[in-house]
Design a protein around this ligand. Structure first.
Ligand SMILES: [Zn+2]
Ligand SMILES: [Zn+2]
Length: 327
């Protein structure tokens, strides 16, 4: 299911099975999560988008062919995340911050991703998937879970954390935070009672609209909703010294706000992409807690429907495209 032009829709193309080069894996894709980044891709809001391109960077598949010196073997199950490759030489790679690599390859953006029956991936950037997860259940861990985890670390040692936007990422992170004894306050679209019930069912101490003040000040806030106006709102809800973490790849403009919201050593930071270390750590943690992904399955051919439901806020948890042919 490929994107040919900004705005979409994705088109079902028949293509030859791609070939794996040295260090690469040819995968039979069994499941691929649908991420908000895919909407930004369709809307042309990201730099460097290849067209046509096959979106999808929460891919779970089995190795059909392993290129020379590849890190996995034929028959093994692997997960493929957003970070599909790095140069290994730039300043950021050398400093252990490969998420900021100047020449990074992004799955489903600058190289074809998992909205497909077959895909090729650089084996050095694939993860083993914990056995306890089915293919579709594992898919959202690969971005929603992972980026949530990176944002969680960036938030510092927060006892009370506010999650703005309670979708795929927040529903996984809430479970992680609660398992560590933290208080989770969930902010949803105003009036979205269903999302608020969902948050409470996962252990959130409070759930309300993003236009409501929380019952207590936050130590940190993590913004998953791509809404710039939430930055000053989250700062206003955060105590002295607290941190507001923007976890999305794209956000509408942040409106101007009075300095007193930032004063007293509050900070606003963003997280970008992931490192392989994040992935290894998070996969272990997810299996240990364990985290349960709440998913809605769609046949691959219905990718446009899944994207539309995500756009309209009609999903609880994550949408996952599944390949029904041959798996
Ligand atoms: Zn680099
Ligand atoms: Zn993503």
């Amino acid at each position: 299911m490929r994107l040919h032009a900004t705005g979409g829709p994705l088109v079902c193309d028949e293509l030859p099975v791609p070939e794996a080069g040295p260090g690469e894996l040819l995968l039979r894709v069994s499941a691929c999560g649908v991420c908000r980044t895919d909407l930004h891709l369709v809307d042309g809001e990201l730099p460097g988008i290849r067209r046509p391109v096959t979106p999808g960077h929460e891919m779970v598949g089995r190795v059909v062919l392993a290129g020379a010196k590849a890190r996995f073997r034929e028959g093994e199950r692997v997960g493929v995340p957003w970070l599909g490759g790095t140069c290994g030489n730039c300043r950021w790679c050398r400093e252990g911050r490969e998420n900021l690599c100047d020449h990074a390859v992004f799955t489903g953006c600058t190289r074809d991703g998992g909205y497909a029956e077959y895909a090729v991936a650089n084996s050095d950037f694939c993860f083993a998937v914990p056995d306890r997860y089915g293919d579709a259940e594992a898919a959202p861990l690969l971005c929603a879970g992972l980026i949530g985890y990176r944002a969680w670390r960036a938030a510092g040692d927060a006892d009370t954390v506010g999650l703005y936007g309670f979708g795929a990422a927040a529903h996984l992170l809430a479970q992680l935070a609660v398992s560590q004894g933290r208080r989770v306050l969930a902010f949803t679209r105003p009036g979205d009672a269903e999302a608020q019930r969902f948050a409470l069912s996962l252990g959130a101490a409070w759930a309300g609209g993003s236009d409501e003040p929380p019952p207590e000040p936050l130590d940190a806030a993590i913004l998953f909703a791509p809404v710039g106006a939430l930055v000053p709102a989250a700062l206003a809800a955060t105590r002295k010294g607290g941190r507001v973490v923007c976890a999305g790849i794209h956000m509408s403009d942040i409106p101007s706000f009075p300095y007193r919201l930032l004063w007293e050593e509050r900070s606003v930071v963003s997280v970008a992409n992931l490192t392989r270390r994040d992935g290894e750590e998070f996969m272990r943690l997810a299996a240990d807690v364990p985290l349960h992904a709440s998913i809605e399955r769609f046949p691959l051919a219905q990718a446009n429907d899944a994207l539309a439901k995500l756009r309209d806020g009609e999903l609880q948890g994550a949408a996952v495209l599944v390949n029904e042919r041959g798996t």
